[in-house]
Design a protein around this ligand. Structure first.
Ligand code: CFM
Length: 540
């Protein structure tokens, strides 16, 4: 039986109807009815309207937590009050696998300057230097990253000068700072860009040694949540593809230093790392291509695309063998689960790439994505990179440094000729391209950027989806409404979900969630009381 779904345009009106006119107008531009044949423009990467409960995080989160967090041998020192560190301590479930018991792994530590009122008033640089000294004396790390929290920018501590001074003092420890104060930009997206810039400036290209391998790639924008990177590494190894560096799941600083020796950059999460891909292409001549290891079919497709890039018959053959070995287990589970999940409805509101990637996995289960959106994606993540020249650069984006990169006089080496790249493009192997989420979504699906708490509640009321995907802040409110919520940031307690083994894990977890009858028995506390809770505007 197919459910009759409400008209998406009417749903859109319903979502914004309660807002004051100016707010409704603004939110209206971020909520669009999709048409894959004629992609509509969506408003994205602009400030959240004050008073609206957003899902977004801050710039510091995007820089320290997201991009640099998964690198195990950099001491990540947070310059700021202790809370900024404590609440960023291992909550992302990014895993790592040190080479042995003696190998450095600082990820389990929480490093902070523990800024107090005294430092806010009189300056915190002295305290920062002491903390760097202490970390150096205790651990002798290869690198220390300093992350600025909001007060650092407000009082004007110069973390970059301190980094330079201490780097020169020690001589054997790479120290660099990040001006990733929480208020920079409009979301964690700004922090990604800041992280990319500084890693590129201070780390990439320092080690020219050839570590061997015939087909050398870097994996960009994969962060090893719930062990995803382990599964991808297993597949690449099985195919005979060498991963020089990962940015940054299960990575080391040594990998970053050597990453310019790879011959291809593959990009998983376009939003968080496309800057690195572009800068490496300009300086070193390494092309990049978008891949997706979420979903069995996409994983197979991604492996084939990598093999095609290297134009090697043996590699292409090996990739086909690996796919043929991995697929039967996947198909068996799909056959078992599909009849139970087919036709169920999903909604995904996550970050800047997963709301797109995970639609693949739901598709493999015969489930439809009714509505999806990013917290902090840009228009190119929705509509494709072709819109980049038309994106209006506002004051918030202007605050984030855009590095001017030129080809390296010695190390620039184009891996493919213009002609070779053009041939690949003609074959559908898009180089330097990302088509975005909207072309993959059905006509009439609702695309919503930076969805508010109120809008998600309304959406659930109107569509009654079988599963809602978001994060911990949304989880329990949604579940109290009788709809299971799958956390697509931390994977709840599960994972890996990448690659073939990951797909199987995902199918099973989703089957358990959408087919459990417990959700129908739930009555939210606010439904038990007769009086409806209504918030109102405070007017004086
Ligand atoms: Fe990229 Fe990410 Fe994501 Fe992201 Fe994130 Fe994350 Fe995410 Mo949470 S880098 S944009 S800033 S895929 S932490 S691993 S799950 S919001 S969709």
């Amino acid at each position: 039986m197919t459910r009759v779904l409400p008209d998406p345009s009417a749903v859109k009106e319903e979502l914004i109807k309660k807002y004051p006119p100016k707010v409704a107008k603004k939110r209206g531009k971020a909520i669009v009815v999709n048409d894959p044949a004629e992609i509509p423009q969506v408003q994205a990467n602009i400030r959240t309207i004050p008073g609206i409960i957003t899902q977004r995080g801050c710039s510091y989160a995007g820089c320290k937590g997201v991009v640099l967090g998964p690198t195990r041998d950099i001491v990540n020192l947070v310059h700021g009050p202790i809370g900024c560190s404590f609440y960023a301590w291992l909550t992302r479930r990014n895993q790592t696998r040190p080479d042995g018991p003696e190998s450095e792994n600082f990820m389990t530590y929480c490093f902070s300057t523990d800024m107090q009122e005294e430092h806010v008033v009189f300056g915190g640089e002295k305290k920062l230097k002491q903390a760097i000294q202490e970390a150096y004396d205790l651990f002798h790390p290869k690198a220390i990253g300093i992350f600025s929290t909001c007060p650092v920018g407000l009082i004007g501590d110069d973390v970059h000068a301190v980094a330079k001074e201490m780097r020169e003092k020690f001589g054997d420890c790479n120290i660099f700072g990040f001006s990733c104060e929480g208020y920079k930009g409009v979301s964690q997206s700004a922090g990604h860009h800041i992280a990319n810039n500084q890693v590129f400036k201070h780390v990439v290209g320092l080690d020219d040694s050839d570590k061997g391998g015939k087909f050398k790639i870097n994996m960009l924008g994969e962060y090893n949540i719930g062990g995803d990177a382990f599964e991808i590494e297993r597949l690449l190894e099985k195919c005979g593809i060498t991963m020089v560096a990962s940015f940054s799941g299960n990575s080391t600083v040594g990998q970053f230093e050597n990453s310019h020796t790879a011959d291809l950059n593959v990009v998983m999460c376009h939003r968080s790392i496309n800057y690195m891909a572009e800068m490496m292409e300009t300086r070193y001549g390494i092309p990049w291509m978008k891949v997706n290891f979420i979903g069995a079919e996409s994983s197979a497709k991604s492996l084939r695309r990598i093999a095609r890039y290297f134009e090697d018959d043996e590699l292409m053959g090996r990739v086909e063998e690996v796919i043929a070995e991995e697929m039967p287990a996947v198909t068996a589970v799909i056959e078992d689960i599909y009849p139970k999940t087919k036709g169920k409805l999903a909604m995904l509101f996550v970050g800047g790439s997963r709301a797109h990637h995970y639609q693949e996995l739901f598709g493999e289960l015969g489930m439809e994505t009714l509505s999806a959106g990013y917290e902090f994606g840009h228009r190119d993540d929705y509509e494709g990179r072709k819109v980049i020249p038309n994106i209006k650069v506002d004051a918030d984006s202007k605050n984030i440094e855009e590095l001017k990169i030129r080809p390296d006089p010695e190390k620039y080496r184009p891996r493919k000729s213009e002609k070779e790249l053009a041939t690949m493009k003609a074959e559908g192997i898009d180089i330097s391209q990302y088509e975005g989420m909207m072309p993959d979504m059905k006509k009439g699906s609702l695309v919503i950027d930076d969805i508010s708490h109120y809008e998600s509640e309304k959406l659930i009321e109107l569509y009654k989806p079988d599963i809602f995907c978001a994060g911990i802040k949304e989880k329990y409110v949604v579940q109290k409404m009788g709809v299971p919520l799958k956390q697509l940031h931390s994977y709840d307690y599960g994972g890996p979900y990448a690659g073939f083994t990951g797909a199987i894990n995902f199918y099973r977890d989703i089957d358990r969630m959408v087919n459990s009858r417990v959700w129908k028995l739930i009555q939210a506390p606010w439904e038990e009381t007769a009086t409806e809770l209504e918030a109102d505007y405070v007017t004086q």
